[in-house]
Design a binder for this molecule. Structure first.
Ligand code: GLU
Ligand code: MG
Length: 436
């Protein structure tokens, strides 16, 4: 999936797509990108404007790179300049729960036709391409958890919870099927009003796109049922929050490298090195995957959010949970410490970059943590400030992200930490509850 095609080719594809979706009842096309704070921002064009949008892009101010979760700006955000937001037609979907609308993820380009160095989606693709240059392919999927305020009262994972929101959840499955997304599972989660949905693995950039599409669909279906969905890391700071776990597996020549090797639990040397690279960078990666002050209200022991810097087979308290599955193709690793405040392109790009560094250094995994990591493994950063400090020191992420993106993310994190300083947990949770 890419917008890096000649303008004329993009325009020709858009002409065909626009004719098709107009006949299917689409009036408007939403093009979205996610800012460094993790908020999805949009521009829209009428369906007959899609061709021009694909050819030239639509205007998007560079100051969005400095936006915070509350729409204020980090000091680096200025009023000047413009970028071109180009819809990626490979990700174009008609939105089942927003009749008359279609959606496509966007890449941001300069007016001169260069990739915008601050574009998070370009970053994610660059890292996937770097793996492809080594003959490696990543398959990824992001689990979506959310909390709705109403209906479905009952025990965790309980049937009562499903019955209470039965029509709502059916409509959600239907909408996702109509959008041709493959849902693997949907179930009531631990917290009152909480649900989780997982989708089939895809390429890494597509997995980030899909996470957005799932979240937008959940939001739209929720509203149709008079519910409001929160994807925030916590809604009740004392309780179990919403994760955004990233599952991934590494493949070469159609073979899953997480299976049949000589490393721990059948990992091949390459898969082990990749995961060891992720573990090495995990404190810094948190600044990408758990980017909000609220993220650290979730990342506490005993909530299966993976707050420890360790790995373990099927260990739900470890940040890196290894899953062997029942069939070779199912083996994968789950990064549990991430949440949905994350810009999924930054999270995916960062993890792939860390994995590449692990491959480059032929790193080995430390000893496995079995059972409760409390007392046996290091805690991950417990505040946003600590995670930001790790990102500031990470040469791996700095080099992979490039100076402008790395700097912009640090600016936003520092400004957001400052903005939320002095607020109590309830106030922090309330401030971000309906932002992501
Ligand atoms: N809700 C938990 C979290 O915050 C995850 C529960 C699970 O293992 O699915 O990550
Ligand atoms: Mg879950």
């Amino acid at each position: 999936m890419s917008t890096a095609k000649p303008r004329a080719e993009r325009a020709a594809e858009a002409r065909v797509a626009a004719t098709r979706i107009e006949a299917e009842g689409v009036d408007g096309v939403i093009v979205s990108w996610v800012d460094n704070a993790g908020v999805t921002r949009v521009k829209t064009v009428p369906v007959r404007g899609l061709e021009s949008a694909a050819r030239w892009g639509v205007g998007a101010a560079p100051c969005f790179d400095a936006f915070l979760v509350d729409d204020s700006l980090a000091p680096s955000g200025g009023p000047a300049g413009d970028l071109r937001l180009v819809p990626d037609l490979a990700g174009l979907h008609r939105l089942a729960a927003q009749p008359g609308w279609a959606w496509a993820p966007g890449d941001r380009w300069t007016q001169q036709g260069e990739p915008h160095p601050g574009c998070q989606r370009h970053f994610a693709r660059r890292t996937a391409d770097a793996l492809a240059d080594l003959g490696l392919v990543v398959r990824a999927g992001i689990e979506v958890e959310w909390i709705v305020d109403g209906g479905g009262s009952g025990p965790a994972y309980g049937m009562r919870r499903l019955i209470g929101n039965s029509d709502y959840l059916r409509d959600l499955l239907r909408a996702l099927r109509e959008q041709e997304l493959t849902v693997l599972q949907l179930h009531p989660e631990y917290t009152e009003g909480q649900y989780e949905l997982s989708v089939a693995p895809t390429g890494p950039v597509e997995a980030a796109d899909t996470a957005l599409l799932v979240r937008h669909t959940v939001q739209a279906v929720s509203l149709r049922h008079g519910l409001r969905a929160s994807f925030a890391p916590v809604t009740d700071p004392g309780g179990v929050g919403n994760g955004g776990h990233l599952h991934l597996s590494l493949w070469r020549d159609g073979r899953n490298l997480g299976h049949g090797g000589t490393g721990p639990h059948g990992l091949t040397r390459e898969a082990e090195a990749f995961l060891a690279g992720v573990l090495a960078e995990l404190p810094a990666l948190l600044a990408l995957g758990a980017p909000s002050v609220a993220s650290y209200l979730r990342l506490a022991p005993g909530r299966w959010s993976g707050p420890y810097r360790c790995w373990g087979l099927e260990n739900r308290e470890a940040a890196l949970r290894l899953i062997t599955g029942s069939a070779p193709e199912q083996a994968n690793a789950e990064i549990k410490c991430f949440d949905a405040a994350a810009n999924p392109y930054l999270a995916v790009g960062g993890v792939l970059a860390a994995g590449l560094a692990g491959l480059g250094g032929a790193l080995r995994l430390p000893a496995e943590t079995t059972g409760d990591p409390e007392g046996a493994a290091e805690r991950l950063p417990a505040t946003l400030d600590q995670a930001v400090d790790a990102l500031r020191k990470s040469e791996v992420l700095r080099a992979a992200m490039g100076e402008p993106l790395w700097r912009a993310v640090l600016d936003v994190r520092e400004a957001e930490a400052e903005r939320f300083a002095g607020l109590g947990p309830e106030e922090v949770a309330a401030a971000v509850r309906y932002r992501y």
